[in-house]
Design a binder for this molecule. Sequence first.
Ligand SMILES: [Fe+2]
Ligand SMILES: [Fe+2]
Length: 180
Amino acid sequence: MSGTEILRNDHRQIRRLEKIVIKCYVKLYESKDIPFSDIEIIVLIISEFLDAVHYAREEDQYFPCVATYDSLKQEIRVFMIEHEFGRRIASNISKYLQKWKSGEDQREPVARFLKAYAVYLDEHLTKEDKFFDIAENQVLSQDEEKMMYEEFRAVTAVVTKFDEMIKSIDYLETTPWMKD
Ligand SMILES: [Fe+2]
Ligand SMILES: [Fe+2]
């Protein structure tokens, strides 16, 4: 396994989340009820998996390693800006969800920001997947790929967190609102 493969696998899991997010906002727009606790799990996966695990892998290890070759710098800059954009959308989902929970009707903004998040994810992941292909085939050495793979797997807390997040995605996929 290589560093790039780990990130591709992260993306496969994030694509599962994307489908859940889409279903969630469609249902909300249809005035169907989704338990707050399930939307909170989505928010948790975004902060604990996307932010704390996946973006950290990209921002702290993968991108800096690619950038040492002086290549793809513009692409990396755009990805960093997009991560910030994604974080802002996520904090809005969380903010309006809290207000909704405390009694104000915030269905519309929660649905709207979930939709924005799904659009962001699709565009961002599609671009990064292409970037991974180039980095893997033209930039990174085998040793670097191996080293990053080992670094990604070395932090037990992160690996545990990853497994927990996959279980949460598994759970969301089995909820009644996801199935009908
Ligand atoms: Fe990214
Ligand atoms: Fe990514």
